[in-house]
Design a protein. Structure first.
Length: 170
């Protein structure tokens, strides 16, 4: 049984130009912050309070690799943001058909559509950055460090630089 786990939170802030570059499919390089926390599930011990580590990041919007995180040895992380093409839209509404339905049939039809949305929510993707914030998770199993196996979970939060600037107090 794997008792060792790594939880890493990545906080990245992008300028408007960097967001536009990413949406257009270009790679963006920047300095960001991560907080790695090691947990031993057997004992419940952690290395908290964990240190903030500032490191290099390369962020890609690539259709070849989707929603992934990899380590750049002694430099930082490479992140592949989720793309919008991995999700299928719901069936289109047929307003002509709906106009011929009784009130009860229409309510049942809309109830089924609501159920579809509940079961198929739109996952976070690069398009969320247009609104200033994207958050997604990447889980990796069977990673190794010094011959010890561990699981890793990365939480990636990407926001507009304005969000960071607005949080600063003087």
């Amino acid at each position: 049984m794997n008792n060792l786990a790594l939880f890493v939170t990545h906080s990245l802030f992008l300028t408007e130009d960097q967001i536009n570059d990413l949406i257009d499919g270009r790679t963006v390089g920047l300095i960001g912050c991560c907080v790695p926390v090691w947990v031993d599930a057997k004992t419940g011990r952690t290395n908290e309070p964990a240190s903030e580590i500032f490191c290099e990041y390369l962020i890609h919007n690539s259709h070849g690799k989707n929603k992934d995180v990899s380590l750049m040895k002694k430099k930082g992380y490479e992140i592949f943001v989720p793309n919008s093409d991995e999700w299928e839209k719901p069936p289109a509404l047929d307003f002509e058909k709906m106009s011929l339905m009784t009130s009860e049939e229409r309510m049942g039809y809309m109830k089924e559509r609501d159920k579809w949305w509940f079961n198929n929510p739109r996952p976070p993707n690069i398009e969320n950055l247009k609104n200033g914030y994207l958050r997604f998770e990447v889980k990796k199993t069977k990673q190794k460090v010094q011959r010890k196996e561990y699981s890793a979970q990365h939480v990636i939060e990407i926001a507009k630089m304005k969000r960071l600037e607005d949080s600063l107090t003087f």
